[in-house]
Design a protein around this ligand. Structure first.
Ligand code: SF4
Ligand code: SF4
Length: 306
């Protein structure tokens, strides 16, 4: 209130010394043209303030938004979206648990997937207590089902890419045949990759590796030599992948006959949905944790020098 009192111009014409001490900082005339010539007040500032050109801390008010800042903002939005999604799953679990319990109490039968007309077990617990007890189990099942859905944001959920041990194919020897076709495959990046800010991701399909429209190669793949230009910082997927049995790459790896096999059909995924749901929860936790810590201006790139 007191601040408002101080900022509000006095009624009638302001005394000359107040009008001189305060100035309404306004948009340039070119911008005013878009608003029908009406000048819009942006800030009310004391012109005597020596810091009046540093409205945003130490940065110039017109400093461009960096890629690190922009990506941090996108990640915060995605994380918020995923958190809301998870809260909805929790709410759904409560609704399912409540519906199941009401089916037992009011209809006297066990809810699906029990066979029809299965008599409900008698209980001395209240509805509230039973629902609270059932919610966690129901939530696990709902999360497992959800893990099979594409929710628009994908993470690579492995561990530290710099400690991973894996057998690699002799890429230098084979690249003239395979043309590094592995670098046209799509995969998700990890929170570690995002924090480093070296590997580019597709802003329209977070957090998949970014690919060139012209040839569908990863943007880090040199179009002439097909070598990786970010080898020291390449994602975990690139470190652990072996193309030996990939029919998208080789018709016959042992005979060195490059593919792809025109009859190839990808095998269905056989992952455990509960494990995947747990990994997703951990990935989301890591992402929140990373966003808490990774201030781009204080903590720039953490990855290796390229
Ligand atoms: S396709 Fe296989 S051999 Fe060729 S670069 Fe990729 S991993 Fe190496
Ligand atoms: S990061 Fe490097 S190795 Fe991985 S897909 Fe891109 S170019 Fe290939």
């Amino acid at each position: 209130m007191e601040l408002l009192q101080r900022l509000r111009p006095p009624a009638g014409r302001p005394p000359a010394e107040i009008a001189q001490a305060l100035r309404l900082v306004q948009r340039p005339r070119t911008a005013c043209a878009q608003t029908g010539g009406i000048r819009r007040t942006v800030y009310l500032r004391d012109v005597a303030d020596p810091d009046h050109d540093q409205a945003y801390g130490t940065a110039s008010p017109d400093a461009p938004v960096t890629r690190a800042d922009f990506e941090r903002a996108l990640r915060a939005l995605h994380a918020s979206d995923l958190r809301t999604h998870d809260q909805l799953l929790h709410l759904a679990a409560q609704v399912v648990a409540l519906t199941d319990e009401l089916t037992r109490r009011l209809d006297g039968v066990e809810p699906k997937p029990a066979p029809p007309e299965t008599p409900a077990e008698p209980t001395a617990l209240t509805v509230e207590t039973t629902v609270a007890m059932m919610t966690d189990d129901t939530l696990s099942r709902i999360r497992a089902n959800d893990a099979n859905q594409d929710n628009g944001v994908s993470f690579e959920m492995g561990g530290d890419k710099y400690t991973v041990q894996s057998e690699s194919p002799p890429c230098e020897e084979l690249i003239h045949l395979c043309k590094a076709r592995c670098c046209t495959l799509r995969f998700a990046l990890s929170t570690q990759d995002l924090d480093e800010g070296i590997i580019r991701w597709d802003y329209g399909r977070p957090y998949m590796i970014r690919q060139r429209a012209s040839d569908e190669y990863c943007v880090h793949n040199d179009p002439e030599t097909h070598h990786c230009t970010v080898h020291a910082a390449r994602p975990r997927v690139c470190r652990t992948y072996h193309c030996r049995d990939d029919k998208r790459i080789w018709l016959d790896y042992e005979q060195r006959i490059p593919g792809p096999d025109p009859d190839y059909k990808p095998a269905p995924f056989t992952f455990n949905l509960m494990d995947r749901a747990r990994a997703r929860t951990v990935a989301l936790f890591n992402e929140h944790d990373a966003l808490e810590k990774a201030y781009p201006d204080r903590d720039p790139r953490k990855g290796p020098k390229l």
